[in-house]
Design a protein around this ligand. Sequence first.
Ligand code: FAD
Length: 321
Amino acid sequence: MSAVEKSSKMHSKVVIIGSGPAGHTAAIYLARANLNPVLFEGFMANGFAAGGQLTTTTDVENFPGFPSGIMGPELMDKFREQSIRFGTTIITETVSKIDLSARPFRYWREMQEDEEPETADTVIIATGASAKRLGLAGEETYWQSGISACAVCDGAVPIIPVRDSAAEGSDLSDLTKYGSHVYVLVRRSELRASKIMAKRLLNNPKITILWNTVATECLGDGDLLQSLRIKNVSTGEEKNLPVNGLFYAIGHEPATDLVRSQLQTDPDGYIITVPGTTQTSVKGVFAAGDVQDKRYRQAITSAGSGCMAALEAERLIAEEE
Ligand code: FAD
């Protein structure tokens, strides 16, 4: 592996924080442009190992170039290999603190916050996002074995969405394209979704809404989810609902703790970029991938914005030289 860690107090032209499709695509472009990018891949950062969300899934069937599909971890190994091939320095550590108030930007690795910081002329934030969870009994056992938070990715499985916040309508519509019948659990007696989304759900013959209902436990044979324990919060009545899929549509959490107080973010914490670019509210700081995208959240769109961030960083560095 050519990814050898440099001396600890390094300065680089560009630092990439995050190792999903966005971070690695940015690295490939920057390394090919001879800008010697440094990529922090994180050590169990944001709940994920290096490589990001795709390391937690099996078949990826919609990433172009792999007509027979590819396993998520294998795809991310290939991204990493390609980054290294062109000279990216990959560091298996988490950036835990960053100061974006002046350039060069200063940042610290986890456990080294008392030491001298390292510095970079430009920074690409590609720290991703993670699905919010309900923390149900049995959830850990059946996560990705019947429970999913990505309708587009796992839509081939008949699924029951749990819905207890403003509806992610497009996700739910996706599910009904694949699943035979979909139950939507709503904790209240009304939907908080926009009127048009609510109407779409209510009029869909493949959807049954269970009002005032919450899930309490995921049950199965230890390998696959087979039913869901549900409770009517008005009557207290409990029962088992036989299902072979459970889809969480309760939103995602962007990994922006590192920069939330320094970059402009939306009310959900997603980094705001100048439309059509990856430029954040601080010159020289770019954001790519799920950390700035609450709409598409796909590997290919993350890779696309990673490419944009690299080209924008490269252009800025060239202008300033
Ligand atoms: P992520 O993949 O989220 O990676 C970010 C990584 O950055 C983290 O893992 C972590 O290691 C690192 N990191 C975070 N914070 C720090 C820090 N402070 N310092 C250093 N490193 C840090 N999309 C598809 O297109 N097709 C699919 O089939 C598909 N299937 C999916 C299945 C599952 C189960 C999930 C969860 C997602 C799936 N997706 C799929 C969505 C896809 O994985 C994401 O859209 C994509 O991974 C987002 O890429 P990203 O580069 O923005 O960040």
